[in-house]
Ligand binder design. Structure first.
Ligand code: WTA
Length: 678
């Protein structure tokens, strides 16, 4: 390590973990970490278990400023629950105003553009505060007010952070759509939310290319009859602007007042909606609250990432996902830290961009996804090895299970064997992290997410709904009292809310859709849980959540396709990719038109959902296994793609269909399908 870093950043080069003296591959925080960490006493788990409501009540008061105290800590009317009833607060106020006194000059947001010849932008707390106030006044001028839905199709640029915080300031709901989703997805989400305002940019840079946004939305803006389209001028492109409806971001803030009163919002008012994929067709608008979500984002950032105000937090998650909301934006600011946003690809101009950024800004906490680590690991180690990453103190992983090999590589090559990895398990619905070991307490075990956070009642149940023993697997659930930042509902779809989360084990238990195992380890009386992955019809492609039903609905729009089933196929880097089993209309010759049709299928998915959902492979088949009542048995399709045992085939009304499928996918599993199906 060079002396210069040691001088600049006091903790640089320190070791923060030690290996367990008896168990291989188990790590614990050392004295350095225990001394630094906000939390290092495992008694916190016991305290929270004994009286979760008092625990949350005390912590929520500590974490954020409330304009008005609540009258009641919690209410429960299954499957709905509510925290801090009667309380009032404001997320933007808590991110900005309260830090003006002590941290005016500290960087709140560091932005690194992708092009290397462009300069970074650094917004101090004072800068961000000023810009948010001005933009909030701009929104008001357009007539946007509390309770209005504002849709974003925005890249990772400072204007996105400003606009999101401005919505929070006035109580408008942002609904942020990932830029790799298609304009058609933006339209669906605008319609569902009844949103009449779109905030976008002319474009952004990725892999050295300008990716256009605004010009791609012309058609949908008309279709949804949008009243306003606000455009950040990121690249200075010449774009089509319609007078009266389209406004440049910079024009809207020009001359605005520097002060906009932060709206006192009820704890249970909606803070934002974020659409996510479930087991049914269209994505669902997950609603989060103004009070408890805010407190949870603040607390979990402090507990899990142990963020201290002088530290730089680099989360690579895009704002279009919940991780981008809770940990690229709100969590770090709620703790008075510095958040770092990078616009583009980790491979641009070479596959060491992230490591260069870490060095350039002295990043302390680095949070990313296993799929990205796997992809970077495939490159030569020299790309990481050449950089000094001595300022790193904590590494984090999210989005899917991290396999022990990838964990070790991340730990050794990026963390230099000095930093713990917090493997954080959570969901769009939970708003914040629910399972993870804590830096000052540990332990850190490759492949194991960790114990439930203090105050969280997670469990693993068998089919009968009973908790499994340690060492056993089952379905991962949450029990009352629920995490404070959990979803408050599915926008305009109470029946979906109930069916999706509160039906597997009745309306008093939240079912996550994930499978998990209780390990034989525990800490502070909490068992460490290993997540094994989704057991419902949801895919995790490069850590991005997609519903198989959504993709199927897009494909069945093609006239040539009669029936389709989409399942996840394992993929070395992406975790899984969509694989399509399609039955075509009679008379279509696959030999002749298969390739063309496959391209058509991929194209319609790109158009309706976005590039992230593009199927990797299409199998044209004549039949698909189903139950007597006609329901497709996906578990067979999944097992075929994984070379796994298929199990009882008599549940299928047409087991003979499996023979063709096994041939098509090149099944090499243990089952002798032919003898069983004939
Ligand atoms: C998966 C992302 C294993 C899980 C925050 C969950 C994980 C889904 C982990 C939610 C982890 C997330 N280990 N699996 N550490 N983190 N998942 O809504 O299947 O985009 O249900 O939220 O990601 O994805 P979502």
């Amino acid at each position: 390590m060079s002396k210069s870093f040691e001088k600049q950043i006091p903790d640089a080069g320190k070791k923060w973990v030690e290996e367990d003296s008896e168990k291989e591959n188990v790590y614990w925080p050392n004295e350095n970490m225990k001394e630094k960490a906000w939390i290092s006493d495992p008694d916190i788990y016991k305290e929270a278990r004994e009286d979760p409501k008092s625990f949350w009540s005390e912590k929520a008061k500590e974490a954020i400023d409330w304009f008005k105290d609540w009258d009641k800590v919690e209410e429960w009317d299954p499957p709905y629950f509510n925290w801090f009833i009667g309380g009032e607060t404001n997320l933007a106020y808590n991110c900005l105003d309260r830090y003006l006194k002590d941290r005016r000059k500290q960087a709140a947001l560091i932005w690194e553009p992708e092009p290397i010849d462009e300069h970074e932008r650094i917004l101090t707390y004072q800068d961000l505060y000023r810009e948010v106030n001005k933009f909030a006044n701009g929104l008001k001028e357009l007539g946007i007010e509390k309770g209005d839905a504002v849709t974003f199709w925005m890249p990772m640029i400072p204007e996105t952070a400003i606009a999101a915080l401005a919505c929070q300031r006035i109580g408008a709901w942002h609904s942020i759509v990932y830029t790799a989703f298609s304009p058609a997805s933006v339209k669906d989400r605008m319609e569902d939310a009844g949103s009449k305002t779109l905030i976008t940019a002319d474009g952004f840079y990725r892999n050295g290319q300008l990716m256009e946004l605004k010009d791609k939305t012309s058609k949908i803006i008309k279709e949804v009859d949008a009243e306003n389209c606000i455009v950040a001028n990121r690249a200075g492109s010449d774009i089509d602007m319609k007078d009266g409806r389209d406004h440049y971001f910079s024009d809207l803030v020009e001359g605005q007042d520097l002060w906009c009163e932060p709206e006192p919002l009820g704890a249970d008012d909606t803070s934002f909606i974020l659409y996510t994929s479930g087991t049914t067709g269209k994505p669902k608008g997950i609603q989060h609250s103004c009070g408890a979500y805010t407190a949870q984002a603040a607390l979990t950032t402090k507990w899990v990432f142990d963020l201290h105000p002088e530290e730089v937090f680099f989360s690579t998650a895009d704002i279009g996902w919940i991780t981008g909301h809770s940990y690229s934006l709100y969590g770090p600011l709620l703790n008075g830290g510095t958040t770092l946003w990078y616009e583009g690809s980790p491979y641009y101009p070479e596959p060491d961009r992230w490591w260069k950024i870490i060095k350039k800004y002295g990043v302390n906490i680095f949070y990313t996804a296993p799929t990205a680590i796997r992809a970077l690991r495939q490159r030569e180690d020299k790309w990481v090895g050449e950089h000094e990453l001595s300022t790193l103190r904590i590494l984090g992983s999210v989005g899917e299970p991290i396999d022990p090999d990838t964990w070790e590589w991340f730990f050794e090559k990026v963390g230099g064997g000095r930093c713990p990895i917090v493997d954080t398990y959570w969901q769009t619905e939970t708003g914040g992290i629910l399972l993870s070991s804590l830096p000052g307490i540990g332990p850190f075990v490759p492949g194991v997410a960790g114990p439930p956070l203090p105050g969280i009642q997670y469990d693993v149940l068998n089919e009968a709904g009973e908790p499994v023993e340690q060492g056993m697997s089952g379905k991962v659930v949450q029990k009352h009292p629920f995490g404070i930042g959990m979803l408050r509902g599915v926008y305009k779809a109470p029946e979906k809310y109930k069916a999706e989360y509160w039906s597997e084990f009745g309306d008093e238990i939240y079912f996550s859709g994930d499978g998990g195992k209780k390990t034989d380890m525990s800490i502070g009386g909490q068992v460490l849980i290993q997540i094994t992955g989704r057991i419902d019809d949801v895919l995790e492609v490069s850590g991005h959540r997609l519903g198989t039903a959504e993709i199927e609905d897009a494909i069945t729009e093609l006239d040539e396709i009669v029936e389709v089933a989409v399942v996840g196929k394992p993929h070395e880097v992406k975790g899984e990719v969509p694989a399509v089993f399609a039955i075509t209309k009679e008379g279509i010759e696959i030999k002749k038109h298969g390739q063309e049709l496959e391209e058509k299928i991929k194209q319609i998915v790109r158009e309706k959902i976005g590039a992230v959902a593009t199927p990797e492979i299409v199998y044209f088949v004549t039949d698909i296994p189903r139950t007597e009542s006609g329901k497709i048995i996906r578990r067979f399709l999944k097992s075929l793609l994984r070379d796994e045992k298929l199990g009882d085939m008599t549940t299928a009304s047409n087991p003979e269909s499996l023979e063709e499928l096994a041939r098509k996918v090149g099944y090499e599993g243990p089952e002798d399908i032919i003898s069983q199906t004939t």
